[in-house]
Design a protein around this ligand. Sequence first.
Ligand code: ZN
Length: 601
Amino acid sequence: MAEETIHYRIRPIRPEAHLFEVTLTIAEPAPEGQVISMAAWIPGSYMIRDFAKNIVTLSASRGGSPIAVEKLDKQTWQLAAGEGPVAVRYEVYCWDLSVRSAHLDPTHGYFNGTSLFFKVHGQEKRPCSVDIEPPEGPAYASWRVATTLPTDGTRPYGFGRYRAADYDELVDHPVEMGSFELIEFEVGGKPHAMALTGRHQADTARLATDLKKICDYQVGLFGEFPADRYLFLTMVVGDGYGGLEHRSSSSLICKRDALPRAGLAEPDEGYRDFLGLCSHEYFHTWNVKRIRPKAFQNPDLSRECHTRLLWAFEGITSYYDELALVRAGVISPESYLELLGQMITRVLRVPGRHRQTLAESSFDAWTKLYKQDENGPNAIVSYYTKGALTALALDLTIRRQTEDRRSLDDVMRALWSDYGSRDRGIGEQEYESVVEAATGVSLGAFFDQALRGTDDLPLADLLATVGIGFHLRTATSDSDKGGKPAANGAERPDFGVRLAPDSAEARIQFAFDGRPAMRSGLSAGDVLVAVDGIKVARDTFDKRLSRYRAGETVEVHAFRRDELMRFEVTLETPPEDTCYLTLEAAEGETLRRRQHWLGGA
Ligand code: ZN
């Protein structure tokens, strides 16, 4: 139980007030005045979050006597000059139920290191130790700790001492404490587990079986699992969704209804989404946590850290997360094609794909994708969704050009062996040549179009090479996500808006650029109250619209701020922006290629 020169003690002192107390002891502080700082962002979530804002009180002492602390900027403090160990005691307010920060109440505690641990400047590379203590009182007797932080004499899942080789490692292991349920399984001889917090009635045996298949597939793809163990930390809630990757664990938030119920046959939509999320975060164990851009090696957590390569780390991961489900045999090929059709639909519905390139979307993640406003769909494209379609197009292009001898799998394995497994960062200009070298395919024109251009990718042609039919149709309703042939929904002319889903009023969330509503003068935020003198609300707007045909002009009344306004909207033929894919009759080469693609052979 050696105490390192940097030591933290974590105590959930007042769960009801959402307060963790942290005591940081620095054995050898800089004599001229030690500087300490909190992170502004957490790796994997590219937005400035200023975690220091949650520090409620802070004081420091040396040898038991208080010393002065000067705040230098929003997240940096300097301790008074002097010799000898110092202790910094601070309280942090933790009431953000997300995978990105920290949450504490009498039901459980959860934190990311970036929310609780100060960085000790000049000593970032030193090992540190952490004592994690339970809240006081008999109500917390059943609480345990789930984290992949290395233990230091502490029993598995116990409170006590943990350690980390340096600050970077310290903040890359989220910690859950409470009375969670554990699901355990083994992958490639390494222990894997999921800790489930929150009430649920899931078929946990089914969950373990499916997770193991997905993890086994991914370990097989890369050839090795790069950590000693793995832990999924899952928070079960009524409504919510999110995930964040770490080097040997991930934090997930899922809907209670998404967990499998006993007797479930083929995964339903919610469970399929949850397995996709688990698959996504697990894939990041290689792709982004270890295969990573140079910009993410020793990232500066005090400010934005830009790369034009996020499409490769989030897009390729978003492609493989669903592909892994079908290759692992957890979902059927038809179910996979439905997911892919929905992904294509999401991209086709966004006019911003013709404005922003994938490289730009990656670079500007901090201020655009993560800070989307009502103009988002008109101005930007997601490096997740278009990145995933780029990965699909890249995979199918490589397969076509090499007559199925190479694929994106070979690219991932080359990235792993040459970069990830050796902890070599990839340069911004280097990525494309690595793909070419791994496949022998000249891809200059492909990357120019996919990453630096805004034209749609030739997906219909590429999917035909693996015997998949590509079909477009119009949307039947606001909730039509695509992926399936049209339901018998009413035909409706195009109005060109998306209504806010969380409002009973017909409030415009997005007005799509160049379409009827915007051309008439309507804007995002306007509340539609009547069409041709008949009242409309969120639920009745579509039905009202279906009474009209393209080419007709309707009178629309709407409130902007508190002023009633009148608009004349000429309805149009709706765009064919909804995609579904079909397994076509195939034989010979085409059939073999499809089997390799969906089977992963
Ligand atoms: Zn991701």
